[in-house]
Design a protein around this ligand. Structure first.
Ligand code: FNR
Length: 444
């Protein structure tokens, strides 16, 4: 994986971003060049589908059950319309905003997406560099394909957060948060909607979960506490060997074994594939991960422990009920992230945009509100901001950009989204992000 660093984002670059982006695209068109990353969201997803293998596309695009929540997330945007207002001098527009006490060039951040190696070999490193070059805060996933230290090194000066899945081992949780703090993360995002893995029919029908191939567990295999858990498990197994489970050897079994061995380098300390194939550690790392990954017994009272593990601000991701937003604030969190995981957890869930206004009302500016699930373009960002979100997170679209053109592809998706946001703001007769409110919208 390449680890070149990036030029820091020039905040002024967000000003006039729409004009520059349109101009670049139309100029290239004169010599017959079309955008390698489509600007139309449906065509973007379709282009990525053609590039990705069926398992990767299913994993990224798929949602729970009959995919109703993902559709409902989008349909919720149809209930709001931007209300254009002409003749208001919008020549100078400013997308900047403040989040966690720091001025940001714009209100867009990148949601945590696990297993991005399925989209591109440079995975999270490419995403981190693209985010940095566009001034977008990047949320490093607990299920990333590279250790968080390496992701931080890819864009050392850029703002980043670390997303935690609360594992069954508190020692591991504490270790991950200490690493995040040491790697310059500015906040911890605790995702609380994945205490059970959703019923993801597209993955189930392909019988494919990337973690069982050793993918997306780099934060774990690079962690000293996790490595100890793996060694302990190997020791216990060697003291009381269980009857070997019969596994049918197929080309797929062999491919899975090689994938696990390749990803197991972090726990064996060896890059030798043959050695890793023979070692019990890589396979045991996958088993240990599957055991510790989720904590269905977690309660609000447990959340307080995170405070002991970090001095960083804590944002709770996966809130869709105003009472839970209140509970989160009572628990002392520093931010609320409204999300239904892009519909990947509960089929027939409430769409996030529908519940955003009541959550914003409950939060009443006490802490910042981040929004995601269903954002596909700049007009969607404008609507979420107008309904009270302080920051808006992009999910699947940037994974599609990554699949199409690596770092450049992610950059294009961010750029297109910001360009459309800038244009929407101006055509709504506004010149600053904080002017976006209910007055800019009409409800259907
Ligand atoms: C996710 N999401 C997610 N969330 C999280 O907290 N940690 C994670 O590791 C992941 N991984 C992940 C992988 C993939 C492939 C997807 C599509 C999503 C959820 C993500 O952060 C965000 O909430 C959703 O992507 C928002 O929905 P849309 O806008 O992408 O549909």
């Amino acid at each position: 994986m390449a680890t070149s660093s990036v030029a820091p984002h020039d905040p002024a670059a967000s000003r006039g971003i729409s004009r520059q982006t349109q101009s670049d695209i139309y100029r290239a068109g004169i010599s017959g060049q079309l955008p390698s990353v489509p600007t139309d969201p449906d065509r973007l997803a379709e282009a990525a589908r053609k590039t990705l293998n069926p398992q990767a596309y299913a994993y990224i695009a798929g949602s729970a059950g009959g995919q109703h929540t993902a559709a409902a997330n989008r349909a919720a945007f149809d209930r709001w319309q931007v209300w254009p207002r002409p003749l208001r001098d919008v020549a100078e527009r400013d997308l900047s905003t403040t989040f966690l006490g720091t001025t940001r060039p714009h209100p867009l951040l990148l949601a945590p997406l696990g297993v991005m190696e399925m989209a591109h070999p440079e995975a999270d490193l490419a995403v981190a560099r693209a985010a940095a070059s566009m001034g977008a805060s990047y949320t490093i996933s607990n299920q990333a394909s590279a250790p968080l230290e390496k992701i931080a090194q890819a864009a050392p000066d850029a703002p980043r957060m670390f997303q935690l899945y609360w594992s069954a081992s508190d020692e591991l949780n504490a270790s991950l948060l200490a690493r995040a703090e040491a790697s310059g993360c500015e906040a911890i995002v605790v995702t609380v909607d994945t205490h059970l893995l959703g019923w993801r029919t597209r993955d189930l029908d392909l019988a494919y979960l990337p973690f069982t191939r050793g993918m997306g567990i780099a934060q774990y295999t690079s962690d000293p506490v996790f490595q100890q858990l793996v060694r302990d498990r190997v020791r216990v197994a060697s003291e009381a060997p269980a009857a070997a489970e019969k596994v049918r050897i197929t080309p797929q079994t062999i491919a899975a074994g090689v994938s696990i061995a390749r990803h197991g380098a972090a726990v064996t300390g060896s890059r030798n594939l043959r050695e890793n194939l023979r070692s019990p550690l890589p396979r045991t790392a996958v088993e240990t991960f599957l055991d510790v990954f989720s904590t269905p017994s977690l309660t609000w009272n447990d959340l307080a422990r995170a405070r002991r593990w970090t001095t960083l601000p804590i944002i709770v991701k996966g809130i869709v009920h105003p009472d839970d937003a209140q509970q989160a604030i009572d628990s002392g969190v520093d931010g609320i992230w409204v999300s239904n995981h892009g519909g990947r957890q509960v089929d027939r869930s409430v769409p996030t945009l529908d519940v955003l206004p009541s959550i914003v009302e409950t939060v009443n500016k006490r802490v910042p509100v981040v929004f995601d699930s269903g954002i596909r373009g700049g007009a969607d960002v404008a609507i979420a901001l107008a309904l009270g979100a302080d920051m808006v997170a992009l999910g699947r679209p940037y994974a599609y950009g990554l699949a199409l053109d690596g770092e450049e592809g992610v950059r294009s998706v961010i750029r297109h989204t910001l360009a459309e946001l800038d244009i929407t703001l101006g055509l709504a007769g506004l010149t600053a992000i904080d002017q976006l409110d209910h007055g800019a919208l009409r409800q259907q």
